[in-house]
Design a protein around this ligand. Structure first.
Ligand SMILES: [Zn+2]
Ligand SMILES: [Zn+2]
Length: 246
C-alpha cells in the first residue's frame, strides 16, 4: 500500500501508461531521487531513468532512444525534490485515471484520487521552456480566410476554434482573418510569439494548392497547423480533415 492507502497495483497501472506515480506519492518533496537516489541539488546518475533532458524536457532515456536526439547533450539535471513535469500536468489539469470498467485510461481532473499526470498529453501539447526548466502551454493564433456569409459565420467559426483550443489546452494569443491576417499569423509563429496556427476547418485555411503552401509556410516558421478535425502528419501531409462548416 502507498502512504495514502492505495493499492500498489493501481499505482503501477497508472505508471504503466507513462503517467508516472499517483498523486498521493507527491504531496511532499522527496529527499532523494526515486531512481538513482541522489539527494536534492545533486546531479542524477548517468543511467537514471527519472532524470529529464534540459534541452527537450523529455526523459533523458527517451532522448537517447530517438534517432534525432540520441547524440545531443541532454545537460546535467539535478534532483529537485519533485518528479519532473508532474507539477505542470497538475497545473494544466492534465491527469489520467484507470477506468476499471472500460479497462483503459481516461482523462480526469488532478484532484481525482488515484490519478496520475498525463505526461503523454503534456509532451504532445505542451512546450518545453528551456530557460525556465518547465513545461508551458502551447500558444495558438486563430486564422480563417475571409469568406462570403459575413461576420456572423466568422464568429461561429471563431467560437469553434476557441473551443478546440480550450480542449487542447492551448493558450489563444491572437486572431487573424483574410490575406493580410495570414501574413500576420505566420509572422507570429516566425517571431516566436505563437506555436500553432489553429483553423476552424481545413477549407478556411485556403483553397486548393494554397492549403499545402500555407501548411508548408507555418512549418518553415517552426510551427504547426491544427484545428477541429484537422490532422497533419510530420511531413505536412493531411491525414484527416473535416470540411464541415459547423
Ligand atoms: Zn535520478
Ligand atoms: Zn536530450
Amino acid at each position: 500500500m502507498t502512504p495514502a492507502g492505495q493499492p500498489e497495483a493501481r499505482t503501477d497501472l497508472v505508471r504503466a501508461s507513462g503517467a508516472g506515480p499517483t498523486d498521493s506519492m507527491e504531496e511532499l518533496p522527496r529527499g532523494t531521487c526515486p531512481a538513482c537516489h541522489v539527494a536534492i541539488g545533486e546531479v542524477h546518475r548517468d543511467d537514471c531513468d527519472v532524470a529529464e533532458c534540459l534541452a527537450t524536457g523529455r526523459k533523458r532515456m527517451w532522448c537517447r532512444a530517438q534517432p534525432d536526439t540520441a547524440g545531443h547533450d541532454c545537460g546535467r539535471a539535478d534532483w529537485t525534490g519533485w518528479w519532473p513535469a508532474h507539477a505542470e500536468a497538475r497545473e494544466f489539469g492534465w491527469h489520467v485515471r484507470w477506468d476499471l470498467e472500460a479497462r483503459k485510461f481516461v482523462r480526469c481532473a488532478p484532484d481525482v484520487e488515484g490519478s496520475g499526470p498525463d505526461l503523454t498529453r503534456l509532451y504532445e501539447h505542451g512546450r518545453w521552456d528551456q530557460e525556465a526548466r518547465r513545461w508551458v502551454r502551447k500558444r495558438a493564433v486563430l486564422f480563417s480566410r475571409a469568406v462570403r456569409g459575413g461576420r456572423a459565420t466568422l464568429e461561429e467559426l471563431t467560437k469553434a476554434a476557441q473551443r478546440y483550443c480550450a480542449e487542447q489546452g492551448y493558450e489563444v494569443v491572437g486572431e487573424h482573418v483574410g490575406t493580410r491576417g495570414w501574413r500576420e499569423a505566420v509572422a507570429d509563429v516566425d517571431e516566436g510569439k505563437a506555436d500553432v496556427v489553429v483553423v476552424p476547418t481545413l477549407d478556411r485555411l485556403g483553397f486548393g494548392k494554397q492549403v499545402f503552401e500555407r501548411i508548408a509556410a507555418v512549418r518553415r516558421a517552426g510551427g504547426d497547423v491544427a484545428g477541429p478535425g484537422v490532422r497533419i502528419d510530420a511531413d505536412g501531409k493531411i491525414v484527416a480533415a473535416s470540411t464541415a462548416e459547423t
